[in-house]
Design a binder for this molecule. Structure first.
Ligand SMILES: Cc1ncc(COP(=O)(O)O)c(C=O)c1O
Length: 392
């Protein structure tokens, strides 16, 4: 392909039209005065690592974990009744655990400082050293928890392909990956299925109640325990219009977070049987998660639970952003919840370009991820689209 052909091809692919850079076969190629396109055949790192500073007010779509507690939440935190949650109990933590357990249709729940710790505790209780556990490819426990499921819980991870749609696996895949009845003595023991709803890396995709129930039943039928990473189970329940408990049918344990889009500064729960929670409390202590007057943080969790229905706004903002980007020629999948994934020719160049517009996003699964949350408004989405359009 000649130079001109490559250039035309690039114009078709560039998500910002002519915006952003330099056609480099060794020299900068100015497209319009002051407007550049970063295109190289190999995208050398010198071009990739550019300043993303912008004088425009930042629009932060990096994650729904960036939300800060608002005044109402801070007041609730400051007034929380507290006690020593390691010595005996903290009344506000207890109240949050009881309310979360009820919402998740579990007999009991345990507060943890983070979702990572909640997942680790569950896997630690379920797994023996060297046991194999299954999880959909890209699951947070596989890719984003520093290998603690292996390192600290002793599990051998096995990623299952998304044969039932983005982020979703089929009951057949679960049965196929479980141990055969005549497993030889020297084969790995497969003991746990770890699901994730919504699936973050797949773009906040949801698993519906009937599909979830079939998966859990398949796993149990194959002798597996089931843990559900429900960091954003609230999002799934709002998107599907079902109570969170409808999405925990057949699981042994479920984790859920108060710090994903709901404004709480910290805190998750891991829920299951009362025997599980008894064991989990010991593991939490072992991991250094026995926080004393944690009621200050649990109070934020209680306010967060009052706001679950408000996640609907984040979902409609995600749809608005996806539609707007599609109209601008981006390759974007329709979001199921609050996460928008865009396929672009080069993720880092696009992130750098967005950064120059004051639009903050992150790389995820080889795509650009925009996450909606309560600290970005519908106006912010409109403004982001405006900035992209005018830059293009
Ligand atoms: C699906 C999923 N599980 C678990 C976690 C971990 O939560 P935390 O950041 O509270 O440790 C996250 C964090 O984003 C997540 O997306």
């Amino acid at each position: 392909m000649g130079l001109l052909g490559m250039w035309v091809n690039f114009l078709h692919q560039c998500p910002f039209g002519l915006w952003g850079g330099r056609l480099s076969f060794g020299w900068p190629f100015t497209v319009t005065p002051g407007v550049w396109c970063d295109l190289t055949v190999t995208f050398p790192s010198a071009l990739v690592h550019q300043s993303s500073s912008s004088t425009l007010p930042p629009l932060d779509f990096r994650s729904d974990t960036v939300t800060r507690p608002d005044n109402e939440m801070r007041v609730a935190m400051s007034q929380a009744e507290v006690g020593d949650n390691v010595l005996d109990t903290d009344p506000t933590v207890r109240a949050l655990e009881e309310r979360a357990a009820e919402l998740l249709s579990a007999p009991a729940a345990l507060w943890t400082p983070s979702g990572t710790m909640a997942n680790l505790i569950a896997l630690n209780v379920h797994l023996k050293r060297g046991d194999r556990f299954l999880a959909p490819r890209g699951a947070h426990v596989l890719s984003n928890e520093l290998g603690t499921a292996a390192w600290l819980a002793g599990g051998m991870p096995e990623a299952l392909d998304w044969d039932a749609g983005p982020g979703r696996v089929s009951p057949e895949a679960v049965r196929g990956a479980a141990d055969p009845p005549n497993r030889p003595y020297y084969a790995l023991r497969t003991t746990v299925l770890c699901l994730e709803n919504t699936h973050n890396a797949a773009g906040g995709t949801v698993t519906a109640p009937h599909e979830h129930a079939r998966l859990a039943a398949a796993a149990r039928g194959a002798g597996l325990r089931v843990h559900l990473d429900g960091a954003r189970l609230w999002h799934a329940s709002v998107a599907l219009g079902v109570p969170p408990g409808a999405l925990t049918v057949g699981v042994d344990t479920v984790s859920a977070c108060f710090s994903k889009g709901l404004g709480a500064p910290a805190g998750s729960v891991v829920a299951g049987s009362t025997e599980f929670v008894e064991h989990a409390r010991r593991v939490r202590q072992m991991l250094g998660g026995g926080l004393r007057q944690a009621g200050v943080l649990a109070a934020a969790g209680l306010v967060a639970l009052d706001r679950i229905q408000e996640l609907e706004q984040d979902h409609s903002n995600a749809t608005a952003l996806a539609n707007g980007l599609t109209e601008l020629g981006w390759d974007v999948r329709e979001p199921a919840t609050n996460i928008v994934l865009a396929s672009v020719p080069d993720v880092q160049i696009t992130l750098d370009g967005l950064g120059k517009l004051g639009i903050l996003a992150t790389p995820m699964s080889g795509k650009v991820r925009f996450v909606m949350h309560r600290d970005v408004s519908t106006n912010d989405v409109t403004e982001a689209l405006h900035r992209i359009k005018t830059a293009g």
